[in-house]
Design a protein around this ligand. Structure first.
Ligand code: ADP
Length: 243
Protein backbone atom coordinates (compact mmCIF):
# COMPACT_ATOMS: atom_id res chain seq x y z
CA UNK A 1 0.00 0.00 0.00
CA UNK A 2 2.77 2.45 0.98
CA UNK A 3 6.43 2.14 0.01
CA UNK A 4 9.11 4.48 1.27
CA UNK A 5 12.31 3.95 -0.66
CA UNK A 6 15.63 5.40 0.49
CA UNK A 7 13.98 8.56 1.72
CA UNK A 8 16.01 11.34 3.29
CA UNK A 9 14.72 14.73 4.29
CA UNK A 10 16.92 17.71 5.06
CA UNK A 11 15.81 21.00 6.56
CA UNK A 12 18.60 23.33 5.50
CA UNK A 13 21.60 21.10 6.19
CA UNK A 14 20.05 19.19 9.07
CA UNK A 15 18.87 15.65 8.28
CA UNK A 16 15.43 15.01 9.83
CA UNK A 17 15.27 11.60 8.11
CA UNK A 18 18.11 9.51 6.77
CA UNK A 19 17.79 6.76 4.16
CA UNK A 20 14.46 5.42 5.42
CA UNK A 21 13.08 2.27 3.80
CA UNK A 22 9.64 1.13 4.92
CA UNK A 23 6.84 -0.86 3.38
CA UNK A 24 3.35 -0.67 4.88
CA UNK A 25 1.07 -3.52 3.86
CA UNK A 26 -2.50 -3.42 2.75
CA UNK A 27 -4.84 -3.72 5.73
CA UNK A 28 -2.24 -3.59 8.49
CA UNK A 29 -1.94 -1.15 11.36
CA UNK A 30 1.58 0.19 11.68
CA UNK A 31 2.59 2.30 14.65
CA UNK A 32 5.52 4.65 14.19
CA UNK A 33 7.14 5.41 17.52
CA UNK A 34 10.10 7.46 18.67
CA UNK A 35 11.04 10.24 21.03
CA UNK A 36 10.38 13.89 20.46
CA UNK A 37 12.33 15.24 17.48
CA UNK A 38 13.13 11.77 16.11
CA UNK A 39 11.43 12.40 12.76
CA UNK A 40 7.98 10.81 13.16
CA UNK A 41 5.97 13.82 12.02
CA UNK A 42 8.33 14.41 9.12
CA UNK A 43 7.75 10.84 7.98
CA UNK A 44 3.99 11.29 8.27
CA UNK A 45 4.01 14.60 6.39
CA UNK A 46 6.02 12.97 3.61
CA UNK A 47 3.49 10.11 3.29
CA UNK A 48 0.57 12.49 2.88
CA UNK A 49 2.51 14.62 0.42
CA UNK A 50 2.60 17.77 2.55
CA UNK A 51 6.37 17.96 2.10
CA UNK A 52 8.71 16.42 -0.47
CA UNK A 53 11.70 14.20 0.27
CA UNK A 54 15.19 15.54 -0.42
CA UNK A 55 16.08 12.08 -1.73
CA UNK A 56 14.15 8.89 -2.45
CA UNK A 57 10.65 7.89 -3.47
CA UNK A 58 7.26 7.55 -1.79
CA UNK A 59 4.71 5.23 -3.37
CA UNK A 60 1.02 5.09 -2.52
CA UNK A 61 -0.28 2.05 -4.42
CA UNK A 62 0.82 2.63 -7.99
CA UNK A 63 1.60 6.32 -7.59
CA UNK A 64 4.95 7.86 -6.77
CA UNK A 65 3.74 10.95 -4.95
CA UNK A 66 6.93 12.83 -4.22
CA UNK A 67 7.12 14.53 -7.60
CA UNK A 68 3.41 14.82 -8.37
CA UNK A 69 1.51 17.94 -9.31
CA UNK A 70 -0.87 19.34 -6.68
CA UNK A 71 -3.80 18.23 -8.84
CA UNK A 72 -2.65 14.58 -9.06
CA UNK A 73 -1.84 14.63 -5.38
CA UNK A 74 -5.40 15.69 -4.57
CA UNK A 75 -6.62 12.56 -6.38
CA UNK A 76 -4.28 10.33 -4.33
CA UNK A 77 -5.21 12.15 -1.10
CA UNK A 78 -8.81 11.07 -1.60
CA UNK A 79 -7.60 7.60 -0.63
CA UNK A 80 -6.34 9.01 2.66
CA UNK A 81 -8.11 10.02 5.82
CA UNK A 82 -6.23 12.00 8.43
CA UNK A 83 -6.82 12.33 12.14
CA UNK A 84 -4.59 15.14 13.29
CA UNK A 85 -3.07 15.87 16.65
CA UNK A 86 -5.57 17.71 18.89
CA UNK A 87 -8.27 16.74 16.32
CA UNK A 88 -7.81 19.95 14.26
CA UNK A 89 -11.52 20.52 13.73
CA UNK A 90 -12.65 23.75 12.14
CA UNK A 91 -13.83 25.72 15.18
CA UNK A 92 -16.23 27.97 13.30
CA UNK A 93 -18.08 25.02 11.69
CA UNK A 94 -20.63 22.74 13.30
CA UNK A 95 -19.73 19.09 13.91
CA UNK A 96 -21.90 18.09 10.93
CA UNK A 97 -20.15 20.54 8.60
CA UNK A 98 -16.77 19.35 9.83
CA UNK A 99 -17.62 15.74 8.98
CA UNK A 100 -19.16 16.79 5.64
CA UNK A 101 -16.14 18.89 4.67
CA UNK A 102 -14.38 16.39 2.36
CA UNK A 103 -17.65 15.31 0.75
CA UNK A 104 -18.63 18.91 -0.03
CA UNK A 105 -15.15 19.66 -1.39
CA UNK A 106 -14.64 16.54 -3.48
CA UNK A 107 -18.03 15.16 -4.51
CA UNK A 108 -21.21 16.43 -6.18
CA UNK A 109 -23.49 14.55 -3.79
CA UNK A 110 -26.78 16.28 -2.95
CA UNK A 111 -27.17 17.78 0.51
CA UNK A 112 -29.58 15.15 1.86
CA UNK A 113 -27.21 12.36 0.80
CA UNK A 114 -24.30 14.15 2.48
CA UNK A 115 -26.39 14.59 5.63
CA UNK A 116 -27.18 10.89 5.76
CA UNK A 117 -23.50 9.95 5.27
CA UNK A 118 -22.54 12.37 8.08
CA UNK A 119 -25.09 10.73 10.37
CA UNK A 120 -23.86 7.25 9.46
CA UNK A 121 -20.17 8.13 10.00
CA UNK A 122 -20.89 9.76 13.35
CA UNK A 123 -22.82 6.63 14.32
CA UNK A 124 -19.80 4.50 13.32
CA UNK A 125 -17.60 6.40 15.79
CA UNK A 126 -20.21 6.11 18.55
CA UNK A 127 -21.83 9.55 18.35
CA UNK A 128 -25.49 10.39 17.75
CA UNK A 129 -27.31 13.68 17.36
CA UNK A 130 -24.25 15.91 17.68
CA UNK A 131 -24.35 17.40 14.16
CA UNK A 132 -25.45 20.84 15.31
CA UNK A 133 -22.98 21.20 18.17
CA UNK A 134 -19.86 23.32 17.77
CA UNK A 135 -16.41 21.76 18.39
CA UNK A 136 -15.85 23.84 21.53
CA UNK A 137 -18.88 22.15 23.10
CA UNK A 138 -17.20 18.72 22.86
CA UNK A 139 -14.83 16.86 25.19
CA UNK A 140 -11.36 15.90 23.94
CA UNK A 141 -12.46 12.31 23.32
CA UNK A 142 -15.54 13.42 21.38
CA UNK A 143 -13.41 15.73 19.24
CA UNK A 144 -11.20 12.77 18.36
CA UNK A 145 -14.29 10.80 17.36
CA UNK A 146 -15.54 13.63 15.17
CA UNK A 147 -12.11 13.93 13.63
CA UNK A 148 -12.20 10.22 12.81
CA UNK A 149 -15.74 10.52 11.41
CA UNK A 150 -14.45 13.31 9.14
CA UNK A 151 -11.53 11.11 8.08
CA UNK A 152 -13.72 8.12 7.17
CA UNK A 153 -16.42 10.19 5.45
CA UNK A 154 -14.70 9.86 2.08
CA UNK A 155 -14.19 6.08 2.46
CA UNK A 156 -10.41 6.19 2.57
CA UNK A 157 -8.15 3.19 2.04
CA UNK A 158 -5.53 4.53 4.43
CA UNK A 159 -6.05 6.38 7.70
CA UNK A 160 -3.20 8.37 9.21
CA UNK A 161 -3.35 9.22 12.89
CA UNK A 162 -0.99 11.82 14.30
CA UNK A 163 -0.54 11.33 18.06
CA UNK A 164 -4.15 10.19 18.61
CA UNK A 165 -3.74 10.08 22.40
CA UNK A 166 -2.25 13.54 22.82
CA UNK A 167 -4.20 15.59 25.31
CA UNK A 168 -6.36 12.64 26.42
CA UNK A 169 -6.50 10.95 29.81
CA UNK A 170 -5.54 7.24 29.99
CA UNK A 171 -9.15 5.99 29.98
CA UNK A 172 -10.18 8.07 26.98
CA UNK A 173 -6.95 7.01 25.27
CA UNK A 174 -8.03 3.39 25.65
CA UNK A 175 -11.46 4.04 24.15
CA UNK A 176 -9.86 5.85 21.21
CA UNK A 177 -7.42 2.94 20.78
CA UNK A 178 -10.40 0.58 20.66
CA UNK A 179 -12.05 2.81 18.11
CA UNK A 180 -8.91 2.74 15.94
CA UNK A 181 -8.97 -1.08 16.11
CA UNK A 182 -12.70 -1.39 15.37
CA UNK A 183 -12.46 1.11 12.50
CA UNK A 184 -9.61 -0.89 10.98
CA UNK A 185 -11.63 -4.09 11.26
CA UNK A 186 -14.92 -2.75 9.94
CA UNK A 187 -13.49 -0.71 7.06
CA UNK A 188 -10.46 -2.92 6.36
CA UNK A 189 -8.28 0.13 5.96
CA UNK A 190 -4.54 0.43 6.29
CA UNK A 191 -3.76 2.46 9.40
CA UNK A 192 -0.60 4.39 10.15
CA UNK A 193 -0.40 5.71 13.69
CA UNK A 194 2.32 8.10 14.79
CA UNK A 195 2.63 8.02 18.54
CA UNK A 196 5.08 8.35 21.39
CA UNK A 197 2.77 6.19 23.52
CA UNK A 198 4.28 2.70 23.51
CA UNK A 199 1.40 1.11 25.46
CA UNK A 200 -1.05 2.45 22.91
CA UNK A 201 1.16 1.27 20.02
CA UNK A 202 1.22 -2.26 21.47
CA UNK A 203 -2.57 -2.30 21.81
CA UNK A 204 -3.44 -1.15 18.33
CA UNK A 205 -0.64 -2.15 15.98
CA UNK A 206 0.26 -5.24 13.97
CA UNK A 207 3.81 -3.94 13.56
CA UNK A 208 5.83 -1.19 15.17
CA UNK A 209 8.49 0.94 13.48
CA UNK A 210 10.87 2.96 15.61
CA UNK A 211 12.53 6.14 14.41
CA UNK A 212 15.61 7.36 16.25
CA UNK A 213 17.44 10.54 15.26
CA UNK A 214 16.03 10.33 11.75
CA UNK A 215 16.81 6.66 11.19
CA UNK A 216 14.43 3.74 11.10
CA UNK A 217 16.20 1.53 13.64
CA UNK A 218 13.61 -1.19 14.30
CA UNK A 219 10.61 -2.69 12.55
CA UNK A 220 8.80 -5.79 13.75
CA UNK A 221 5.57 -7.31 14.98
CA UNK A 222 4.43 -6.13 18.40
CA UNK A 223 5.33 -9.50 19.89
CA UNK A 224 8.88 -9.47 18.53
CA UNK A 225 9.48 -5.79 19.04
CA UNK A 226 9.88 -6.06 22.82
CA UNK A 227 12.61 -8.67 22.34
CA UNK A 228 14.77 -6.47 20.13
CA UNK A 229 18.16 -6.26 21.73
CA UNK A 230 19.08 -2.78 20.51
CA UNK A 231 19.78 -0.56 23.56
CA UNK A 232 18.03 2.37 21.84
CA UNK A 233 14.81 0.32 21.70
CA UNK A 234 15.23 -0.97 25.25
CA UNK A 235 15.97 2.54 26.54
CA UNK A 236 12.76 3.75 24.95
CA UNK A 237 10.83 1.13 26.90
CA UNK A 238 12.66 2.00 30.12
CA UNK A 239 12.04 5.71 29.72
CA UNK A 240 8.34 4.96 29.48
CA UNK A 241 8.32 2.95 32.66
CA UNK A 242 9.98 5.75 34.63
CA UNK A 243 7.81 8.51 33.18
P1 ADP B 1 8.92 14.15 15.90
O1 ADP B 1 7.62 14.17 15.18
O2 ADP B 1 9.46 12.77 16.10
O3 ADP B 1 8.87 14.92 17.19
P2 ADP B 1 9.84 15.83 13.74
O4 ADP B 1 9.63 15.03 12.52
O5 ADP B 1 8.85 16.91 14.03
O6 ADP B 1 10.02 14.88 15.00
O7 ADP B 1 11.26 16.53 13.67
C1 ADP B 1 12.48 15.84 13.32
C2 ADP B 1 13.62 16.85 13.23
O8 ADP B 1 13.42 17.72 12.11
C3 ADP B 1 13.71 17.77 14.43
O9 ADP B 1 15.08 18.02 14.71
C4 ADP B 1 13.03 19.03 13.97
O10 ADP B 1 13.55 20.16 14.64
C5 ADP B 1 13.34 19.07 12.49
N1 ADP B 1 12.27 19.73 11.70
C6 ADP B 1 11.02 19.24 11.51
N2 ADP B 1 10.31 20.07 10.72
C7 ADP B 1 11.14 21.11 10.42
C8 ADP B 1 11.00 22.31 9.63
N3 ADP B 1 9.86 22.58 8.98
N4 ADP B 1 12.07 23.12 9.54
C9 ADP B 1 13.22 22.84 10.19
N5 ADP B 1 13.42 21.75 10.93
C10 ADP B 1 12.41 20.89 11.05
Amino acid sequence: MIKIKNVSKYFNTKAALKQVNLEIFDGETLAIIGGSGSGKSTLLRLMIGLIQPSEGEIWIDEDEISKMSEEDLTRVRLKMGMVFQYSALFDSMSVGDNVAFGLVEHTDLPKDKINSIVKEKLHQVGLEGVENLMPNELSGGMKKRVSLARAIAINPQIIFYDEPSSGLDPITTRTIDELIISTQKSLRVTSVVVTHDMASACRIADRIAMVYKGELIALDTVENFRKINDPRVQDFFKSLVTQ
